[in-house]
Design a protein around this ligand. Structure first.
Ligand code: PLP
Length: 285
């Protein structure tokens, strides 16, 4: 089958799914989500993504109506059942269905669980990416993976209008992250990346790249960097579930990076090796 979806017990192709109008996702974007990509029908870093999903839900007091082990089996099953070996697997929990009203202790309230898997591919690592910068005007709980994505929608639209791939966000001089990925720099042989505080999403891919860099003996500095430091860095790259390690060569129309192709190449190869290994498609690193 081409794609598959689940909503509160119903399983059908995405196009056939219907949700009630009083679903709080519609009125308030009252929910959290997570997303991962598959290689060879295997969702990468599934356990890390599911752990973050349940953590996000806990932070906003949503009680996901399925034990993590059962959800894990469903995601794996869906990934195996669709035709495409390359796909996005998406999980979402919302506060459920109830009459519109901001407070959420309404009678009979029960969280909704949404899952879908549909064909999609990882962003290629053998090309250069172009970005724009914008002031980060989001709220101060960016560590929660909420479905309140209006700012990211606007940032991404602006990037697309300029023929670019991603929007790098900054609060004043401090670079935070991107519209839908984390951004990092390489300088003098070290990886520098913003610390995991309330201003960024603690990216699963970020954590994997950091762990690999440490394994490879590459120093990792988890400290904020400025827009200027980014523009003068040896390399700039972003990471997300779909972007294992994407090299940025242009920001706001100016050329950046390109000064440590050997190191960025090593990090990219390690990222791909890890993905293949997890998918059982290679002998490993
Ligand atoms: N930052 C934001 C705002 C994101 O939306 C995402 C992914 O969707 C990331 C970072 C990267 O996180 P991950 O590597 O877990 O996909």
């Amino acid at each position: 089958m081409e794609n598959i979806a689940y909503y509160n017990g119903t399983i059908a192709p995405i196009e056939q799914m219907r949700v009630p109008m009083d679903e709080r996702a519609c009125y308030f974007a009252d929910g959290v989500y997570d997303a991962m990509f598959t290689v060879g029908h295997v969702p990468l870093a599934l356990d890390d993504h599911l752990a973050r999903f349940y953590r996000s839900a806990k932070k906003v007091e949503i009680d996901i109506p399925m034990p993590i082990g059962e959800l894990r089996e469903m995601v794996l099953d869906f990934c195996r059942r669709i035709d495409s070996p390359d796909a996005m697997a998406y999980v979402q929990a919302t506060r459920g269905v109830g009459p519109r009203g901001h407070a959420f202790r309404f009678a009979g309230g029960k969280a909704s669980l949404w899952v879908f898997v549909k064909p999609d591919v990882l962003d290629p690592m053998d090309r250069d990416y172009r970005c724009i910068t914008m002031e980060d005007t989001r709220f101060l709980h960016c560590d929660i993976k909420t479905i309140n994505l209006l700012p990211s929608v606007i940032y991404t639209q602006r990037a697309e209008e300029r023929g670019c791939d991603e929007t790098i966000l900054h609060r004043g001089e401090r670079v935070t992250e991107c519209a839908h990925s984390n951004v990092h720099i390489l300088k003098d042989g070290a990886l520098r990346t913003a610390p995991c505080d309330n201003l960024i999403l603690p990216g699963i891919t970020r954590a994997h790249r950091i762990a690999q860099c440490r394994q490879m003996g590459i120093p990792v500095i988890e400290e904020p960097f400025t827009v200027r430091e980014m523009m003068e860095a040896d390399e700039v790259f972003f990471t997300s579930a779909s972007a294992l390690c994407c090299r940025v060569r242009e920001i706001d129309g100016k050329s950046v990076g390109g000064r440590d192709l050997e190191l960025i190449g090593r990090i990219q190869r390690a990222a791909w090796d890890e993905a293949l290994c997890e998918a059982g498609l290679s002998g490993g690193r």
